[in-house]
Design a protein around this ligand. Sequence first.
Ligand code: CS2
Ligand code: MG
Length: 408
Amino acid sequence: MKITDAKVFVGGPGKNYVTLKIMTDQGVYGLGDATLNNRETLPAAYLTDYLIPAIIGMDPRNSEDIWQYLYRGAYFRKGPIAMAAFGAIDMALWDIKGKLANMPLYQLFGGKSRKAAMVYAHATGADLDDLMTSIQFYVDQGYKAVRVQCGIPGMPTAGYGVSETKGDVENYITDFSGIKPKVEIWDTGRYMRYMPDALLQIRDRFGPDLKILHDVHHRLTPREAAAFAKAVEPVDLFWLEDPTPAEDQDALKMLRQHSTVPVAIGEVFNSIWECNNLIEQNLIDFIRVSVTYAGGITHAKRIVDLAGLHNVRTGFHGAPSHSPISMAAQAHLNVWAPNFGIQEYLVLGTPECDALFPSDHYLENGMFYVSDAPGLGVEFNEDEAAQYSYKAGSHPIVRLEDGTMWDY
Ligand code: CS2
Ligand code: MG
């Protein structure tokens, strides 16, 4: 069996999805997602210029060897661009394997460990009142877990994950329009003084059962993160996400010495070599990599297994930038993984998105049910894709009030 050709498509409804389709001499094809939010053309070029020509003629069933070929063969390896490109190929090869076996991928991993995967939604509010309305909106739909982000009084611009407009309570996503980044202004003091009590009010309002998550988006120093974690302890958070920029991994020790708040990190990681110390030293409770940025199913599964040895659970990144293809790959891992924790999931299910990526995966009462179709269980409609193309966009950047660059 041989890979005969592969194509890359960039575009989608309101998103620059980077979709790979690998064809074989037996008519079976596989799909992969290489969408690197905010830098989408780069994994697309990596695939088209370097990787696709190299894999043509290879046996697609040898997904492990092909992964090693891509990774070791690159010499200058790792990094989100390369790993997203490797990841797309890897997903497509697993998709082919599942179709050949006539089995959904979770069966190839070891079958189902649970009937469905708990997901969390993004609640948002320009202020705390607004946020309460947003949380209620998700609770009413049966969600068991909600990430909560709200505007901070006196903050010069809305914080991470927060709309400036009151009433914008449904899945607020930062506006990435334009190639030149917008500037947001951050004030740590105001955040630290306001947010712990706001979180407590949320707990009081919604009672003990709701799983409450909060994302700091890398904006605190190690000492501030330790102080914040200590202050939010009575809230009983499901997790505190990205309290510090995670390059300085020893910094997490300070947080651990002061608090037992569960910590989730890893959405910007792209290899096991960024996760292993945090996992092995029990500095985190949830690992947040994604199959897209972390080199596909083959590599992400390795991270999941390492995490399992140390009682670290999964909480795969599921920002809307991930296409339904990588979300499907994660859905298969989620029902299988013995150490599954939770899945971030923003409903992408607009009619346009469903038309581009038809599938039988579905969400009900805050639980994600995986399709039993062979492989990933997602289709890609090329006729639909023809109407989309790349649209330039960028994340905002963040500065302090005096102009100092900060972490987005
Ligand atoms: C976020 C992301 O989902 C999350 O937890 O931190 O939305 C992140 O901001 C984006 O993926 C950036 O592209
Ligand atoms: Mg995050």
